[in-house]
Design a binder for this molecule. Structure first.
Ligand code: ZN
Ligand code: ZN
Length: 360
């Protein structure tokens, strides 16, 4: 069971304001709403020392009574901004916090105009809490990872020369949904041959050919929580250049994983893995950060990168995903998902990666 009261108390404690306000309209902040209440519909949430108060409209009132039976709900009948402001005024609130990363400029401007008191923008106070996962969250992320791995394993038998990236991506999505995923955690990346050199490729009509690298960067969402992992295979035949970069990326991945522990900085872990690649002469072929947190969103804090300001703590999730991308040839990325522990980490991903496996 998730203790939403505890989350809401921790949030208010981190702020020096009278209240915190969320608007989740058209999905603008579904993540904070879900994290703080378990409600999946649209609406607004007001948190103060006295109360947690949900405002939604007739499309979601029945849903709210099922999902958050303990929360008082007010039905908004007209304009959200006007009615929410009336509620703020009625409570004589003077200083109300919002998240600048989650609220549009339009909403903040309107609120300031209608409210007349202080609206104070913090960057993303809910994200700051979400970095540390509780046991229930870890269980869900573990299960989403298990589902993703089982789905990829069942797809492997269907990989053949002539099949397109798009067919494989669609087929994998179907398998994930059949295995119980709510949805895919992000647009699945299936990239063959030279396309695997594009880190955020969208699968297309390219069909598999002998000797191709075949990259899967995939994740499922389960009970709100995401998984994220990357594995690379060789179609029918392992070319020597493919093996070479695979073994290099694997060494960087292993060095990164070894460096994960409470107290390590995001910069330090990134540097350890990046140096392995740089020393092999491929510095310019690894442009992105080493990793990121995974939870309600597939990319969240902490970050492992040259620009990171984060220090790892027990209970954080983090990916380790070095890559080497050779334009015109292909790329290799090996991505594992880990939980930071006091003295190291627990690696949630378990699909084999110790050598470049042939498929097809
Ligand atoms: Zn990924
Ligand atoms: Zn990732």
């Amino acid at each position: 069971m998730i203790d939403y009261d505890k989350r809401r108390d921790a949030l208010l404690e981190s702020l020096d304001t009278d209240a915190f306000l969320i608007f989740n309209l058209e999905g603008s902040d579904s993540v904070s709403m879900f994290y703080l209440t378990g409600f999946t519909g649209e609406g607004a949430l007001l948190l103060s020392a006295k109360e947690a108060f949900l405002m939604t409209d007739s499309r979601y009132t029945e849903q709210a009574s099922r999902e958050v039976p303990g929360l008082p709900v007010k039905e908004i009948k007209g304009d959200y901004l006007k009615e929410v402001t009336t509620i703020l005024k009625a409570r004589k609130l003077k200083r109300v916090a919002v998240s600048s990363k989650r609220m549009t400029y339009y909403v903040v401007e309107k609120l300031r105009e209608l409210f007349g008191e202080e609206i104070i923008a913090f960057e993303d106070p809910v994200m700051a809490l979400r970095r540390l996962k509780d046991p229930e969250e870890i269980a869900r992320i573990r299960e989403a990872t298990r589902l993703t791995e089982a789905s990829l394993t069942s797809l492997l038998g269907e990989i053949k020369i002539g099949v397109s990236e798009r067919e494989l991506a669609l087929r994998l999505e179907v398998i994930m949904r059949k295995n119980g995923a709510e949805k895919i955690a992000f647009d699945l990346i299936v990239a063959a041959g030279e396309n695997s050199a594009l880190p955020h490729y969208q699968p297309g009509e390219r069909t598999l050919r002998q000797g191709d690298l075949l990259l899967f960067d995939i994740g499922a969402q389960l009970d709100g929580y995401c998984s994220d992992m990357t594995r690379v295979f060789a179609v029918k035949e392992v070319l020597s250049q493919a093996r070479e970069i695979y073994e290099l990326v694997l060494r960087a991945n292993q060095a990164g994983i070894k460096a994960i522990r409470a107290g390590a900085s995001g910069v330090a872990v990134d540097t350890i893995a990046r140096d392995v690649i740089a020393q092999a002469g491929h510095k310019e072929h690894f442009g992105h950060g080493l990793g990121h947190g995974v939870g309600l969103e597939v990319h969240e804090g902490p970050r492992l990168s040259p620009l990171s300001k984060d220090t790892l703590q027990p209970g954080m999730t983090v990916t380790v995903e070095p890559g080497v991308y050779l334009p015109g040839f292909g790329g290799v990325r090996i991505e594992d998902l880990l939980i930071v522990t006091k003295n190291g980490s627990e690696v949630l991903t378990s699909l084999p990666k110790d050598r470049l496996i042939e498929v097809g």
